[in-house]
Design a protein around this ligand. Structure first.
Ligand SMILES: Cc1cc2nc3c(=O)[nH]c(=O)nc-3n(C[C@H](O)[C@H](O)[C@H](O)COP(=O)(O)OP(=O)(O)OC[C@H]3O[C@@H](n4cnc5c(N)ncnc54)[C@H](O)[C@@H]3O)c2cc1C
Length: 216
């Protein structure tokens, strides 16, 4: 499906971790934290979806992306520089954050909607459970740890050390009981989401309380 895209000028491209970048432009729409845009490098080029990763009151809006080697879009996106023109749709999507308690569960660039929710002021009563292989791959960890403090859990499948749960995110989920009455937001790879969802359901979390956004 092709979305209608408008031109915007890149303000900057920031390195956000190993093989990960955030590209910013001047905010040209209102949105709800957690929503996505379609984006392309050319007016009628290949389009891909990205979660907005910045607060909904910020002057600049940004998306966090991973370089997918051999991918149709991200190698070109990684080469954009300030002043380059890119093309973005209006925001859309129902994976949106609200005030009140919630568990956020993410891997890879799946942290992006939660960065937007935090930057939009949705901090109180949130717990973030974050999975990655090693410590340098926890994208956005400085933001999460400074705002969520002990409500931020990093599960490292191939690393160990102070502040890390040693093991996969799904191992962490399997090792605990979970509150059944609050929403669980899952974002990232399909395999993580399916596994995490099954664990939560087996722990008695109702299906209706599990929201997911599958990236790849
Ligand atoms: C609702 C939604 C929201 C999304 N939000 C984001 C986001 O905020 N940030 C983001 O980086 N991606 C996000 N994605 C994925 C994004 O749309 C692209 O699929 C991704 O950037 C790869 O695009 P590409 O054209 O470079 O690679 P493609 O040509 O589409 O794919 C190349 C190969 O890379 C694999 N691949 C795709 N994405 C990734 C990835 N992120 N990491 C590792 N391997 C991958 C694919 O399985 C494929 O084999 C989202 C997808 C959806 C459906």
């Amino acid at each position: 499906m092709a979305f209608f895209l408008r031109p915007v000028d890149v303000i900057r491209l920031e390195n956000s971790g190993p093989d990960s970048w955030t590209v910013y432009w001047k905010r040209n729409f209102d949105f709800l934290p957690g929503q996505v845009v379609a984006l392309s490098i050319f007016p009628s080029g290949v389009q891909r979806l990205y979660s907005l990763a910045t607060g909904n009151h910020a002057e600049e809006v940004g998306i966090l992306f991973n370089l997918a080697p051999g991918g149709a879009l991200t190698p070109l996106l990684q080469a954009v520089r300030p002043g380059h023109r890119i093309y973005v749709s209006d925001p859309f999507g129902s994976f949106v954050g609200f005030k009140g308690p919630a568990f956020w569960i993410a891997n890879g660039t799946g942290v992006a909607p939660f960065l937007s929710m935090l930057d939009s002021g949705l901090i109180e009563d949130k717990v973030m459970i974050h999975g990655a292989r090693t410590r340098e791959y926890f994208l956005g960890q400085e933001t999460f740890s400074s705002l969520l403090r002990e409500s931020y859990v990093r599960c490292a499948s191939a690393d160990q050390g102070k502040g890390l749960f040693q093991g996969r995110l799904t191992t962490y989920l399997s090792s605990r009981d979970w509150i059944k009455t609050v929403p669980y937001y899952l974002c990232g790879s399909a395999s993580m989401i399916v596994e995490a969802r099954d664990i939560l359901i087996s722990r008695g979390v109702p299906f209706k309380n599990i929201l997911s956004e599958v990236y790849f």
